[in-house]
Ligand binder design. Structure first.
Ligand SMILES: Cc1cc2nc3c(=O)[nH]c(=O)nc-3n(C[C@H](O)[C@H](O)[C@H](O)COP(=O)(O)O)c2cc1C
Length: 360
C-alpha cells in the first residue's frame, strides 16, 4: 500500500520523491564569519538527504551581511558563498532529494550571539561592534525585547533589501537549488513589516494590511521573476503573533491570497517569534493553522512543529490538513527518519541509498 507520506508531490517543474521534508535549521557553523558553507553543512545536509527526505530546506541564509542572525550564519550575497553551496546541492541530488534554500533577512533580530560556540551557550543578546556585531535595521526603531534598537529603513534601504533577495535567488538557482523559500516568519525583517507590533510606519509600507504586506510582496515578486517559471517559490509565514493586537490567522489568510496571485506555490506555516508570547506548544500544535490556510486559500501548505512520529505525520496528510510535513528536531536526532518511517508504515519502496540497502 502506498502511504501518503511517500506519495511524490509536484510543484511546477519539480517533483519531490516524498512528503517528509526538512525545515530550515540554523547550524551556526560558518567558521570564518564569511557566510561560506563548511564541511559541517555538507555532512549535515547531505546526511538528511541520504536519510530519505523529499526536500531539504537549507537554513536561514542571509541575503546581506547585516541580514544574518549571527556572524556564523550562511550567506548568499557573493559568488564564493554560491560556489560553496553548489557541491552540497549536487550531493543532495545524488541522494534523490530536492534542495531548497531559505533566503532571509534577520532585521531587528540580527547581529546577535550565535546559540553556541567557543564561548559556550551563555552569551545572549546583541553583539557589540568589537565582538563582530552590526547596526540592525527594521521597519521602525522599535527593539525586540533585550536587543539593540534598530534603525528604521528608508526607501533606499527597502529597495536594497528587495534587490538583495533578487540577487540571492539568482545565485541559489546558479548553485543548483530546485526551490527557494522566502523567510517571512519568526520576527525577522519581513514579518516585522507585516506585524503592527513592530511596524509603526506612516508611509506606504505601514498602516493598513496592504501596506504592511508591501515589502513581502515586492520581495516575492522579485524572487518569483528571478527564478523562472519552473522553480517553486515557498514562503514561510508566522500565522499568528499569539498576542493581542498582533497578526491573526485572518490577516495571514489575506496575505496568502495576495501571495497566491503572485505565483507562490506553497506556504510553510509556522507561528510566533516577533514578540515574546505564551505559545501553547505540543504535538502538532501548528497544524491547525496549516489546515486553515490550505482550506481557505487553496494554496498547498507545509505543517511544522513537533511532528515526531510516522503515524502522526501520515495522519496530517491523510486528513488533508497539509500537503507536506516538515520535521526539524526529530531529524536532527534521527536523520534516517524517512527510512525508518517507510519501514514502520511498511512502504514497499524505502528512500534508502543502494549502499545501505541491506539495512532495510
Ligand atoms: C536548531 C534550530 C534552528 C532553526 N533555524 C531555523 C531557520 O533557520 N529558519 C526557520 O525558519 N526556522 C528555524 N527553526 C525552526 C524550525 O524550522 C522548525 O519550525 C521548528 O524547529 C519546529 O519544528 P520541529 O518541532 O520539527 O523541530 C530552527 C529550529 C531549530 C531547532
Amino acid at each position: 500500500m502506498t502511504q501518503k507520506l511517500f506519495e511524490p508531490i509536484t510543484l511546477r517543474g519539480v517533483t519531490a520523491r516524498n512528503r517528509i521534508w526538512i525545515p530550515p535549521m540554523c547550524q551556526y557553523s560558518v567558521l570564518k564569519h564569511d557566510g561560506v558553507a563548511t564541511d559541517w553543512h555538507m555532512v549535515h545536509l547531505g546526511g538528511l538527504a541520504r536519510g530519505g527526505a523529499g526536500v531539504v530546506i537549507v537554513e536561514a541564509t542571509g541575503v546581506t551581511p547585516e541580514g544574518r542572525i549571527s556572524p556564523k550564519d550562511l550567506g548568499l550575497w557573493n559568488d564564493e558563498q554560491r560556489d560553496a553551496l553548489a557541491p552540497i546541492v549536487s550531493f543532495m541530488h545524488s541522494m534523490g532529494a530536492k534542495a531548497a534554500i531559505q533566503l532571509a533577512h534577520a532585521g531587528r533580530k540580527g547581529g546577535v550571539w550565535p546559540e553556541w560556540g567557543p564561548w559556550g551557550t551563555d552569551r545572549h543578546g546583541s553583539l557589540a561592534p568589537e565582538d563582530g556585531g552590526w547596526e540592525t535595521v527594521a521597519p521602525s526603531a522599535i527593539a525586540f525585547p533585550g536587543l539593540a534598537v534598530p534603525r528604521a529603513l528608508d526607501q533606499a534601504g527597502i529597495d536594497g533589501v528587495v534587490a538583495a533577495f533578487r540577487a540571492a535567488a539568482r545565485r541559489a538557482i546558479e548553485a543548483g537549488f530546485d526551490m527557494v523559500e522566502v523567510h517571512g516568519a519568526h520576527g525577522y525583517l519581513l514579518h516585522e513589516f507585516l506585524s503592527p507590533l513592530s511596524n509603526q510606519r506612516t508611509d506606504s509600507y505601514g498602516g493598513s494590511l496592504e501596506n504592511r504586506a508591501r515589502l513581502l510582496l515586492e520581495v516575492t515578486d522579485a524572487v518569483r521573476s528571478e527564478v523562472g517559471d519552473a522553480v517553486p517559490v515557498l514562503v514561510r509565514l508566522s500565522a499568528t503573533d499569539w498576542t493581542d493586537g498582533g497578526l491573526t490567522i485572518d490577516d495571514t489568510v489575506q496575505f496568502v491570497s495576495w501571495l497566491k496571485e503572485r505565483g507562490v506555490d506553497l506556504i510553510d506555516v509556522t507561528t510566533g517569534g516577533n514578540v515574546i508570547a505564551q505559545i501553547p506548544s505540543g504535538p502538532g500544535y501548528q497544524v491547525p493553522f496549516a489546515s486553515e490556510i490550505r482550506h481557505r486559500t487553496g494554496v498547498p501548505t507545509a505543517a511544522v512543529g513537533m511532528i515526531n512520529e510516522p503515524f502522526q505525520a501520515e495522519q496530517i496528510l491523510v486528513t488533508g490538513q497539509a500537503d507536506v510535513v516538515l520535521l526539524g528536531r526529530q531529524t536532527m536526532r534521527d536523520p534516517n527518519f524517512p527510512i525508518r518511517a517507510a519501514q514502520i508504515l511498511r512502504h514497499p519502496e524505502p528512500p534508502i541509498p543502494p549502499a545501505y540497502a541491506r539495512a532495510y
